[in-house]
Design a protein around this ligand. Sequence first.
Ligand code: DGY
Length: 331
Amino acid sequence: MAEPRPRVWVSQPLYPDIEARLDAWFDVTRTSQVTDHAPDAIAAALAEADGALVTLNDRIGAAEVANALRLRAVANVGVGYNNLDVAALAARGIVATNTPGVLTETTADFGFALMMAAARRITEAEHWLREGRWQGWGFHQLLGADIHGSTLGILGMGRIGQGIARRARGFDMRVLYHNRSRLPEAIERDCAATWVERDALFADADHLVLVLPYTAANHHIVDAAALARMKPTATLTSIARGGLIDEDALADALQAGRLAAAGLDVFEGEPVVNPRLLDCRNVVLTPHIASASLPTRRAMVSLAVDNLIAAMGFGPDAGRPPSVVTAPMAT
Ligand code: DGY
């Protein structure tokens, strides 16, 4: 009798033509509509699966894999993977993968656009106009901050941070960055970026952009003290993860005029947005769409599918998934 094929669970509807590649190797259980899976439902699905393709809405930790005795691989559709407890997965011998690289340029485009929208008060101006408040051209109306010639601060100089730095060249910006470790000189030169201490980054940036991965260690890295270091004329933009910012402290700073404006694509309680931020007129709020272009979302799914096939030991990269986050712990 033929060996039964491994079973794969796909947690959300993605792109059928790309997902279909899984059918060559696995028996696939699909999810027909976008679903906010309860932890128990995730645990039940994983208990039956050898592999899973999940998105950042699906939180997988020790409890969800406790009965997942056959699970070998979890492929996350996303570069960020704070939805996965990688230590818990590694301890159970489960490979986790993510999708870096394919979303770099799209996400950098969006980060730059969000920073510009905050600085030039674009959504605020549109709301004002739609509310019928425009009585005529006004010399002092809706004055914003310049982008060109200003100082850009990038916290987290991975691929996306570097993409934003390269875009800044066209605007004659001075680029400062902070990373735990300094980048090789050749990359610094290519990005025309200078490493500075974190406090200096907050103090010197006219426009600060957060692009660092979220971990427990950098929870609320932007707190009241960090915000107090920023110029009152500065802007803060985040396309990383909501937990990096103390949103109440940010709302205090925006309301008190201690920070000119902010642009946020990510929120601590997503999809619920802190009501204090909703009350601030000087913040641009978008629903976690930095990587949301069709070609990029398709490329993310395609890479996640390749990762899963390889992590499960099939296809041309068998055993060598293109982007591994964590391999099983040695026992
Ligand atoms: C990611 O990939 O981590 C983004 O937040 C979603 O595209």
